[in-house]
Design a protein around this ligand. Structure first.
Ligand code: SAH
Length: 188
């Protein structure tokens, strides 16, 4: 059972409720690879996973993790920015996740940025399957984090409510600027 005390546990709950065996998932910022591994376990050997990261170290680590769990043949981890994802993806996406900010224990100056993040969201919206979800964990404690969150928020709040349900989870009583969770759900 998950507790409602952090962004990742809520992302997992939403993924479990939305995804089924054989679906296609996208992790736009693989980092250490834990999110895409979790998603692959839900979609299984008949599913497919795309992952992106601009850091070679993240890409290699994620490929290794997926191979250790026998998902190397139904996943593709691409070393390029998620703003270019349309160049690589030829399937409809059933669930997409972003973990924004910097990679822990790596170079903290390499961070996601609002312009490329928003570009990637727009690209994913064009290839979402029916009733699928984009979940973004937005970290606001580092320099540039709050600006990125506010820019993404400004963009997503303009989306047509007849087409998308857009919401934000905010942990109100936690210290030290906990990350926020932005959910974009495509409506039927
Ligand atoms: N803040 C999270 C982890 C975020 S990792 C936590 O604390 O758990 C964010 C990842 O996004 C990093 O590995 C970084 O290399 C990657 N990244 C940055 N810009 C990117 C881009 N344009 N496209 C794809 N990945 C990017």
């Amino acid at each position: 059972m998950e507790d409602f005390n952090n962004v990742n546990s809520i992302i997992k709950l939403i993924a479990k409720s939305k995804l089924k065996n054989g679906d296609t998932v996208l992790d736009a910022t693989v980092g250490n690879g834990n999110d895409i591994l979790y998603l692959m376990k839900i979609v299984g050997e008949n599913g497919f996973g795309y992952g992106f990261d601009i850091q070679e170290v993240a890409v290699k680590k994620t490929r290794r993790l997926l191979a250790e769990n026998a998902y190397e043949n139904n996943s593709e981890i691409i070393c390029d920015g998620h703003e270019n994802l349309k160049l690589y993806i030829n399937k409809k996406i059933d669930f997409a996740v972003f973990n924004l900010g910097y990679l822990p224990k790596a170079d903290h100056s390499i961070i996601t940025r609002s312009d490329t993040t928003i570009e990637a969201i727009k690209s994913i919206m064009d290839i979402l399957s029916k009733t699928s979800v984009i979940a973004l964990a937005s970290y606001v404690g580092h320099e540039g984090g709050m600006e990125e969150f506010l820019a993404v928020k400004s963009f997503v709040q303009t989306l047509d409510q007849k087409k998308y349900n857009v919401s934000i989870f905010n942990f109100l009583n936690q210290k030290n600027s906990p990350p926020k969770l932005i959910i974009i759900e495509k409506r039927k």
